[in-house]
Write a protein that binds this ligand. Structure first.
Ligand SMILES: Cc1ncc(COP(=O)(O)O)c(C=O)c1O
Length: 428
């Protein structure tokens, strides 16, 4: 019907976004470039299908093949994280967290998560988020000296407030999270334990960060950050919570699942099960550590002093600028990142004293430590010359040249979309 209709306006916008992604250095810690195979599945006919329910138990007919896709996604996901139960239907990370709360909590129950300004996420009990409105939210921060999780303090707060659920996980935290210790504290006070591994799921998948699955009652994640799948969420749980969880998602929270995204999640998990994915994640960490060291050498303070994972936050005050000024100047030079509070930030969240930096995206482009250091130097040039338009233009040109050498689609870490992909020997 519409085959001759060309939506030139919209496709011009998409083309420009594609060009922006090609020509800019992306240091946003929560972003990545999904492979062509993941994007092909996302754009597939699976988007046409209504499939309320779960594989084998749908409220619509014609679900044989979407069942196949969802079963693959579930089995691969369970294998990847060694989980007893996986629900792959959550539309996003926020909905994954909502599903966990709705499966075992009642409005008014107490939850305890990491404070947003210390690095936690909105959905861990922030007052104006649904999680802070529906539940009685208690927050833990980080130790003011080490800027790291302080388990004695967390234990004390847990004993004082007796939360029904303790939430571990963060959006801006660069150190290993001791999920076992969290589980022990939860057990001591009779709380359920949710680990939100949205940021670090890719590292967890290959064993470069401890897996929370053995210790937590529930584990949530996004699929689009270090995990490099399509935009979406997942929930893993112990078998004893499986039914409650599935019911909380459907019919509790949503109707038809996004079958095209679930198909793409299956592809993302498949990619993550390949040996190359571990090499990729190792490089993500090496790049983050090299870049953090380069910033330290340039006179910046790194929150917690360094990084064990894919991200870190730098305190930009030594260069007499705010996080906001840095973000805006860097964006105009083609370096994309986000301003971020440092722990106990004297500035308001709109301004901030820091910027958050992540290396998943540049590593997907094939960049290594040398380029990571080069990027730190380019960012430094921008921050110390943030009001000098000529300097910013010069850096923008250098950024473009660097990006040209590392095109998004032709990098070594995206698995080829060829027969080789289908021939890989893997029963899943
Ligand atoms: C730790 C954590 N949990 C949950 C989310 C929410 O994910 P989404 O943006 O898909 O709702 C994020 C997103 O940044 C996150 O960092």
């Amino acid at each position: 019907m519409f085959t001759k209709l060309k939506d030139e306006k919209l496709f011009a916008v998409i083309a420009r976004e594609e060009q922006r992604q090609e020509q800019e250095i992306n240091l946003i810690a929560s972003e990545n470039y999904a492979s062509q195979v993941v994007r092909t599945a996302t754009a597939s006919v699976m988007t046409n299908k209504y499939a309320e329910g779960y594989p084998g138990k749908r409220y619509y007919s014609g679900c044989t093949f979407v069942d196949g896709a969802e079963n693959l996604a579930i089995e691969r996901c369970k294998k990847l994280f060694n989980a007893e139960h996986a629900n792959v239907q959550a539309h996003s990370g926020s909905q994954a967290n909502m599903a966990v709360y709705f499966s075992v909590l009642q409005p008014g129950d107490t939850i305890m998560g990491m404070d947003l300004s210390a690095g936690g996420h909105l959905t861990h009990g922030y007052p104006i988020n649904f999680s802070g409105k529906l539940f009685n939210s208690v927050s833990y921060a980080v130790n003011p000296e080490t800027e790291q999780l302080d388990f004695d303090e967390i234990q004390k707060l847990a004993e004082q407030h007796k939360p029904k659920m303790i939430i571990a996980g963060a959006s801006a935290y660069s150190r290993i999270i001791d999920f076992q210790r969290f589980a022990e504290i939860a057990q001591n006070v009779g709380a359920l334990f949710l680990a939100d591994m949205a940021h670090i799921a890719g590292l967890v998948a290959v064993g470069l960060h401890p897996n929370p699955t053995p210790y937590a009652d529930f584990v949530t994640s996004t699929t689009h950050k270090t995990l490099r799948g399509p935009r979406g969420g997942i929930v893993l749980s112990k078998e004893k919570f499986a039914q409650q969880l599935d019911k909380a998602i459907m019919p509790g929270m949503q109707g038809g699942p996004l079958m095209h995204v679930i198909a793409a999640k299956a592809v993302g998990f498949y990619e993550a099960l390949q040996p190359e994915f571990k090499t990729y994640q190792q490089q993500v960490i090496k790049n983050a550590q090299a870049m953090a060291q380069a910033f330290t050498d340039l006179g910046y303070r790194i929150v917690t002093g360094g990084t064990d994972n894919h991200q870190f936050t730098i305190d930009v005050r030594s260069k007499k600028i705010t996080g906001r000024t840095a973000e805006v100047a860097l964006a105009s030079a083609g370096i994309t990142l986000n301003r971020n509070c440092i722990p106990f930030d004297p500035e308001k969240p709109w301004i901030t004293s820091g910027v958050r930096i992540g290396t998943p995206a540049i590593t997907t482009r094939g960049m290594k430590e040398k380029q990571a250091k080069e990027i730190a130097h380019l960012a430094h040039e921008v921050m110390i010359n943030h009001a000098d338009e000529t300097k910013l233009k010069l850096v923008k040109e250098q950024v473009k040249q660097l990006c040209k050498l590392y095109p998004i689609e032709q990098n070594e870490f995206v698995l080829p979309f060829t027969s080789d992909f289908n021939q890989r020997q893997d029963s899943l």
